[in-house]
Design a protein around this ligand. Structure first.
Ligand SMILES: Cc1cc2nc3c(=O)[nH]c(=O)nc-3n(C[C@H](O)[C@H](O)[C@H](O)COP(=O)(O)OP(=O)(O)OC[C@H]3O[C@@H](n4cnc5c(N)ncnc54)[C@H](O)[C@@H]3O)c2cc1C
Ligand SMILES: *[C@@H]1O[C@H](CO)[C@@H](O)[C@H](O)[C@H]1NC(C)=O
Ligand SMILES: *[C@@H]1O[C@H](CO)[C@@H](O)[C@H](O)[C@H]1NC(C)=O
Ligand SMILES: *[C@@H]1O[C@H](CO)[C@@H](O)[C@H](O)[C@H]1NC(C)=O
Ligand SMILES: *[C@@H]1O[C@H](CO)[C@@H](O)[C@H](O)[C@H]1NC(C)=O
Ligand SMILES: *[C@@H]1O[C@H](CO)[C@@H](O)[C@H](O)[C@H]1NC(C)=O
Ligand SMILES: *[C@@H]1O[C@H](CO)[C@@H](O)[C@H](O)[C@H]1NC(C)=O
Ligand SMILES: *[C@@H]1O[C@H](CO)[C@@H](O)[C@H](O)[C@H]1NC(C)=O
Ligand SMILES: *[C@@H]1O[C@H](CO)[C@@H](O)[C@H](O)[C@H]1NC(C)=O
Ligand SMILES: *[C@@H]1O[C@H](CO)[C@@H](O)[C@H](O)[C@H]1NC(C)=O
Ligand SMILES: *[C@@H]1O[C@H](CO)[C@@H](O)[C@H](O)[C@H]1NC(C)=O
Ligand SMILES: *[C@@H]1O[C@H](CO)[C@@H](O)[C@H](O)[C@H]1NC(C)=O
Ligand SMILES: CC(=O)N[C@H]1CO[C@H](CO)[C@@H](O)[C@@H]1O
Length: 669
């Protein structure tokens, strides 16, 4: 068994520590400390939330290590988009910059052997810095299904709808649209479901297209009513969703602007960009079935030099659905076949790492002629009286759907548990099975209607095929491996076609250009789906929260099985694909993770919890980010206060600039 040593890096750090003046956190740094209570791996969407929430406790020292850039050179492009419409954030945004890992899947054998690009954010803010800004929430029944998958595990209640809903609200501040935009876009909302004092701004764009209003009306004509309650857990019907944008100027609101830039300089929090984490190091004297992490190894120069930082309390992995399993695997934690094939020594066997990968995949119809007009279509609407037959059809086939990519009966049991939950509870619930999106699309001026499968039965995996942590992990989402997936997606695409033919939307459309009227039969659809399917960018579940005997990677307290002090907290822990764009849910995971970690250290102390107790998980006064989210009703005029206060205070704080730290490390070599 290999356990890393933290010798060499420390000598360097000790030497540098002499140079370090009494620098303050979040000011430009020339040096980081030799050890921290908490080291967060990945300064992406979730990582910056956790860094902020833990560092609110002045007694904790916190370090975030982010592999990508600090983003400063792209800031204008991150924040700005043409015409004040979110749609352009895709096309004018950051796909072509170094802020995208630009992964590719392995050839997809059920999709014409295509290698499909997997865009993932790389830099402070992670995918929230480059995503499409749709801010939507999952459904009540799916979150409760997640909790039910945990059985009576300690902490399972934290993943009930009520608890998760509160965590999502805590992250946001909602601002209603102007009257003009509300009318033009036919936008409705329910204040009682929204957050009022969180760091992330949720509102509507400053410009909208008339077709957006027609979207809702046309869907209504098809029997799909507009919904007011999609943020309260009823994810079916049509709506114009909110975007994660600032209400004053429609710039991007993401985890860096919400959770990092406004922070006070309390001297206990460091964030280092361009720091690629290569592995977690463990204390060789800790029990092999409950290893204690005592350090994190990383590189600032693409592997030429290894640095190490010591960890006093915990390592928290927030490297995302691709990065978090990859770091575990390179640390020797994972399925033994994968590790031995890759030439990485087994440290702690955990067969589920990287498995249970689920993603939304989609196809887009183009019609000749944005933003966030969407609809979630449930199975009552899609299948009516035929639902029972479909459900039986799927449940009787689950054993055949199981893949042969694992040696472990537990991972297979976990697959069956997720698939059965999906086919029973979720399929028959009110929650959408298909999302329809209105896309202001391409350069031809066509519009697109996308249909995206929300609950895939085809699960894939993330694994590694090299012992070099800097090599890209292998991504195999296994799209369309299971017949039920293309059948449901096909039925969704037929709805998209029907929508294009429904008034008033149809009156501005000339013809369907892609795939066009020649695609009619089930076989035609299947062929076209295989040729054209792509990702909606919502992969999850590669470090699934499930019982250990079902191939789970983390327990309900987000702790990695077999390790004493390593947690995962990001989109990779969600065990079941959710019917939503994943950003709000990821904020929910990260806020809840912070609650759980803070509560753990509060509870484990013998002293009581006075209001000045730095460990008190619910002390609103300790937050520079606004008070706790609300669970009750709110009124409109109180809405923007917390977030605006923290945002407008930005110039009073010193922004994070870590280039200095990096160059000092360079110059010493
Ligand atoms: C192009 C695109 C469009 C999307 N559109 C939407 C949308 O409109 N609405 C929505 O709700 N969701 C959207 N999503 C999904 C959503 O943004 C993600 O699900 C979510 O941001 C994931 O958050 P995360 O914290 O799990 O991971 P990320 O935000 O991806 O963060 C992971 C971080 O870890 C870093 N990292 C990885 N490996 C290492 C390592 N070894 N060492 C150090 N750091 C490491 C990465 O660089 C990254 O910064 C989109 C995603 C993409 C990519
Ligand atoms: C703060 O940290 C110090 C040093 O680690 C420790 O001795 C002290 O007990 C901590 N106080 C609280 C309230 O946690
Ligand atoms: C939205 O459209 C419906 C018709 O589908 C109409 O009854 C309603 O008044 C419109 N609402 C707004 C806010 O324009
Ligand atoms: C937009 O508004 C936000 C919030 O007020 C502010 O922080 C940001 O700097 C503004 N961006 C630009 C480009 O003006
Ligand atoms: C850094 O660590 C890796 C293992 O993660 C090792 O393969 C490599 O040789 C080390 N590099 C140096 C310069 O020591
Ligand atoms: C899938 O959906 C995403 C997000 O809406 C979109 O950017 C992408 O182009 C779609 N892909 C396909 C193949 O339809
Ligand atoms: C059940 O599934 C099979 C195989 O995919 C398919 O051929 C059949 O039409 C399905 N039946 C129903 C009722 O959905
Ligand atoms: C798994 O199944 C595929 C396709 O059926 C097959 O090609 C492959 O050899 C199998 N792998 C193992 C390890 O059995
Ligand atoms: C499938 O799920 C249903 C409903 O949740 C449950 O009653 C049933 O026992 C499950 N079956 C299996 C095989 O797990
Ligand atoms: C499914 O969606 C339709 C249309 O949006 C809605 O009328 C219906 O109530 C939903 N079904 C359930 C079971 O909630
Ligand atoms: C690992 O997989 C990638 C595809 O993700 C491939 O390009 C590469 O050649 C593979 N490396 C080895 C050593 O098999
Ligand atoms: C693992 O170790 C930690 C602290 O060292 C302890 O709190 C925990 O109970 C241990 N877990 C198991 C399963 O032994
Ligand atoms: C943050 C949170 O909701 N914590 C809860 C997690 O679950 C435990 C046990 O059910 C509760 O005691 C915590 O309050």
């Amino acid at each position: 068994m290999r356990l890393g040593s933290i010798g060499a890096g420390l000598a360097l750090l000790a030497a540098l520590a002499v140079l370090a003046a009494h620098v303050h956190a979040l000011a430009p740094r020339t040096q980081i400390a030799e050890e921290y209570d908490f080291v967060v791996v990945g300064g992406g969407q979730a990582g910056l939330v956790i860094g902020a929430r833990l560092s609110e406790i002045a007694n904790y020292t916190v370090l975030v290590l982010e592999a990508g850039t600090n983003g400063d050179e792209f800031r204008e492009r991150i924040g700005t988009y043409n015409f004040y419409t979110p749609a352009y954030s895709y096309y004018e945004s950051l796909w072509t910059t170094p802020m995208n890992w630009a992964y590719y899947t392995v050839p997809q054998s059920h999709a014409e052997n295509r290698q499909i690009e997997w865009t993932r954010g790389k830099g402070l803010g992670g995918s929230s810095a480059i995503n499409g800004l749709y801010l939507t929430r999952p459904g009540k029944e799916e979150i409760n299904a997640w909790k039910d998958l945990l059985g009576d595990m300690d902490g399972a209640d934290n993943w009930s709808w009520d608890s998760f809903y509160a965590a999502m609200k805590k992250s946001e501040t909602f601002t209603p649209p102007s009257n003009e935009i509300a009318t033009e876009g036919n936008i409705t909302w329910d204040l009682s479901t929204r957050g009022i004092q969180g760091p992330i701004q949720a509102t509507y764009p400053g410009y909208t297209f008339p077709q957006v209003g027609e979207w809702v009306m046309s869907l209504e004509a098809m029997g799909i009513a507009s919904s007011n309650d999609m943020y309260g857990g009823e994810v079916y019907g049509a709506e114009v969703s909110t975007s994660s944008i600032n209400p004053t100027n429609w710039t991007r609101s993401y985890s860096r602007t919400g959770y990092l830039d406004p922070l006070a300089d309390n001297g206990n929090y460091d964030v280092v960009a361009d720091a690629f984490v290569t592995r977690i190091l463990f204390d060789a004297s800790s029990p092999s079935n409950n290893l204690t992490a005592n350090g994190v190894q990383y590189t600032l120069d693409n592997g030429k030099t290894n640095c190490t930082v010591k960890v006093k309390k915990e390592v928290i992995l927030s490297a995302g659905t691709v990065g978090s399993p990859a770091v575990l695997l390179h640390s020797g934690v994972g399925p033994k076949d994968v590790l031995s094939d890759a030439g990485v020594e087994l440290v702690s066997e955990l067969p589920g790492v990287g498995h249970h990968l689920q993603d939304h995949f989609n196809n887009t119809l183009y019609l000749s002629y944005i933003d966030s007009a969407i609809a979630y279509i449930n199975s009552t609407l899609m299948y009516g009286d035929n639902l029972d037959a479909l459900q039986k059809n799927i449940t009787t086939q689950i054993n055949q759907f199981v893949l042969n990519t694992t040696y472990d009966a537990g991972v297979i049991a976990g697959y069956k548990a997720i698939a059965n939950m999906t086919a029973t509870t979720i399929l028959s619930s009110s929650i959408g099975q298909i999302e329809l999106l209105f896309m202001n699309s391409d350069l031809n001026g066509d519009i697109g209607i996308t249909a995206a499968l929300q609950h895939p039965y085809s699960h894939g995996r993330i694994y590694i095929n090299s012992s070099n942590p800097l090599d890209y992990p292998v991504i195999d989402p296994n799209y369309l491996a299971v017949s039920a997936d293309y059948e449901i997606l096909r039925d969704g695409l037929n709805l998209a076609r029907q929508l294009g033919n429904t008034q008033p939307l149809s009156s501005c459309l000339i013809a369907e250009t892609i795939p066009g009227p020649s695609v009619k039969t089930d076989d035609d659809w299947l062929e076209w789906i295989r040729e054209a399917t792509g990702t909606e960018f919502h992969p999850s579940s590669s470090c699934a929260m499930l019982p250990r005997e079902q191939g789970g990677v983390v327990d309900a307290n987000l702790r990695v099985y077999g390790l004493a002090n390593v947690r995962v907290a990001d989109a990779s822990v969600v065990p079941i694909s959710l019917s939503t764009h994943l950003m709000a849910s990821t904020y929910g995971v990260a806020e809840q993770a912070s609650n759980i970690i803070r509560a753990h250290y509060t509870d484990s102390r013998t002293t009581g919890t006075s209001s000045s107790d730095p460990g008190s998980a619910s002390s609103p006064t300790s937050s520079a980010l606004g008070a706790e989210g609300t669970t009750g009703a709110i009124s409109a005029h109180t809405a923007p206060s917390g977030g605006v206060r923290s945002v407008s205070a930005v110039s009073a704080w010193v922004a994070v600039v870590f280039a200095a730290a990096v160059s000092i490390f360079h110059s010493l070599h």
